[in-house]
Design a protein around this ligand. Structure first.
Ligand code: PLP
Length: 327
């Protein structure tokens, strides 16, 4: 265990919980007898697909913008994101009376582009494979005096994301295992800090797509690993490298990183629709798929599963369900 001082503590998550109260939804914790039967465990699904903008990202975005100085809020915020962080920043900024500029790739899902514009943000498009989004973002931030709020590597974002796990422990009680999907690691790091404080002894695992297992590689190697943009349906976890701030927390507080195939994600999406009557995006299926495919021995345990989001192009659902038959 490293002795690094982490960028947040449980107290920051408690503060975030107060900041977002009445603005973010306290999402339901759902259960399924069928899922419990398949896994032989008691599963508690924390349903962030029912969060505002359809994903947990609203928690971190709202907490981050709300804690900026008056001068920073007057100047406005900027973010780069292929999806849910964009919508979350746009809506949180609008609610707090702050101008938002969002830098998005040309191939972001149409629904996500439209939603971001719909929340009143100024959207700047870049070519994912040719242009460097961070460079574009830094230039706009410098020119216009905007404050950059990154999607995961930022203390108030990590603390905000941790409020979902805090609520889960409050509602379900202490858990033996918590499964959390991971892209850049903001949700996982925040959840791990929450687990340590509100459910000591709970073992936390990260889950990522098989095709983009940079966090798993980093975890095993002990340092961040950079990978090419992974080809996976889990577009919320297409990150190329774990965060600089999130990684030390993951190293210290997380037991291991599991991986799930795209076909397993599609089968999980189908299960959520058929059995639990809810729409979950591929990335949001990662943690549940790890539980339902017995990647860990969960028998007899109380298991928390974070369902991270529900933003899926509805026109593509048929294709996804067709892929559920493959390996
Ligand atoms: C952003 C996102 C993730 C990954 O979160 P990180 O904090 O980057 O690890 C997972 N699922 C959904 C739905 C997301 O929007």
């Amino acid at each position: 265990m490293s002795s690094t001082l982490h960028c947040i503590t449980a107290a920051d998550i408690s503060t975030a919980a107060e900041v977002i109260a009445g603005h973010a939804v306290r999402t339901p914790v759902m259960t399924s007898r069928q899922a419990d039967h398949i896994v032989g465990a008691e599963l508690f699904f924390k349903c962030e697909n029912f969060q505002r903008v359809g994903a947990f990202k609203f928690r971190g975005a709202y907490n981050a913008i709300a804690q900026l100085s008056e001068a920073q809020r007057r100047a406005g915020v900027i973010a780069f994101s292929s999806g849910n962080h964009a919508q979350a920043m746009a809506l949180a900024a609008r609610e707090l009376g702050v101008n938002a500029t969002i830098v998005m790739p040309h191939d972001a899902p149409a629904a996500k582009l439209a939603a971001t514009r719909g929340y009143g943000a100024n959207v700047v498009i870049y070519q994912r494979h040719r242009e460097d989004r961070e460079e574009i973002t830094q230039r706009l931030a410098a020119e216009q005096g905007l404050t950059l709020v990154p999607p995961y590597d930022y203390p108030q974002v990590i603390a905000g994301q941790g409020t979902a796990a805090k609520e889960l422990f409050e509602d379900a009680g202490p858990l033996d295992v918590l499964l959390v999907c991971t892209g850049g690691g903001g949700l996982l790091a925040g959840s791990a800090v929450a687990a340590r404080h509100w459910s000591p002894g709970c073992r936390v695992y990260g889950v990522e797509p098989e095709a983009g297992n940079d966090v798993q590689q980093a975890f095993l190697r002990g340092e961040p690993v950079r990978i090419p943009v992974p080809k996976t349906l889990a577009d919320g976890a297409q990150t190329q490298q774990v965060g600089r701030l999130t990684f030390p927390i993951i190293q210290d507080y997380v037991e291991g990183i599991l991986t799930v195939s795209d076909a397993q994600l599609c089968r999980q999406m189908r299960f959520f629709m058929e059995r639990m009557k809810m729409v979950v995006e591929p990335t949001g299926c990662l943690a549940a798929a790890a539980a339902m495919n017995a990647l860990l021995d969960l028998r007899g345990k109380k298991v928390g599963v974070i369902v991270s989001g529900g933003n899926v192009d509805v026109d593509k659902i048929g294709q996804y369900l067709a892929l559920a038959g493959e390996n």
